[in-house]
Write a new protein. Structure first.
Length: 254
């Protein structure tokens, strides 16, 4: 973090610019710019705004934006803990069977073999006869169901019923911010909005399947989905990420 801050300060001094001049050109508060130069990134309103501030500062002093952001990401990434080896588990020991207890074998006495075979044959014959009689009875019953003139009536096809509201053909979101708010949104994977919206603006975007949003100052994000007002997504200065799709858009409506 310290190296990123040193690069920003050194570039500004080489350019002969003051913090106030950078603030006027980037529209970023001087206190936030000073926090960048000191490396106090925890004093900024979140990682999303920190990255936006770094890009704007880099453009103002002539530094490569992507290199600076990559260096910031590498510095901010938490160190991965070393894996803790699991203790070795003892191998299961086979159970010894006492020699005095041999396996019991199920055997049927020979004198019962013939009677059992006869009973099994009789049961099989009764089952087959019952099955055939049942089929014949069902067929006769179906044949006798007819209209008065002797012609069988056509049974109406069952009507499928479902309480679910059909999904719309597309999604349309209208945004009317009540305060300045940064909005980054994609529609079906394509960039739809990537800028600061001001109060009083009216922005409409459409998608066939889904939207993906990342917003700052969630309390100022006032919106509607296909004409129905949406639920609040957070408070002032809160950063939110969310997806609105054909499957879940009902949960975002009031």
């Amino acid at each position: 973090m310290g190296h990123v801050a040193d690069r920003l300060r050194a570039a500004r001094e080489r350019a002969g610019l003051s913090i106030q001049e950078i603030s006027e050109s980037t529209k970023i508060r001087a206190s936030s710019l000073e926090a960048l130069e000191r490396g106090d990134f925890h004093r900024l309103p979140g990682d999303f705004y920190t990255r936006m501030f770094l890009k704007a500062y880099a453009r103002a002093v002539g530094l490569p934006e992507e290199d600076l952001l990559r260096e910031y990401d590498e510095s901010a990434a938490p160190a991965r803990p070393e894996p803790v080896p699991l203790p070795a588990q003892p191998a299961p020991q086979p159970l010894d069977r006492p020699a005095s207890q041999p396996r019991a074998l199920l055997r049927w006495p020979r004198r019962y073999n013939a009677p059992v075979a006869v009973v099994a044959a009789v049961l099989l014959l009764v089952t087959l006869v019952s099955f055939r009689d049942g089929d014949s009875s069902n067929a006769a019953t179906a044949a006798t169901v007819a209209a008065p003139n002797g012609v069988p009536e056509a049974q109406p096809a069952p009507v499928a019923t479902s309480g679910r509201t059909p999904a719309p053909d597309k999604l349309m979101i209208e945004i009317r911010p009540t305060a300045p708010i940064w909005v980054a949104a994609t529609a079906d994977g394509n960039s739809a909005i990537y800028r600061l919206l001001k109060p009083g603006e009216h922005v409409t975007i459409e998608a066939l399947k889904e939207f993906s949003f990342r917003i700052g100052n969630a309390g100022a994000f006032v919106y509607s989905i296909n004409g129905v007002p949406g639920k609040p997504l957070g408070g002032p200065d809160e950063v939110r990420e969310f997806d609105i799709t054909l499957d879940n858009f009902q949960t975002y409506r009031k």
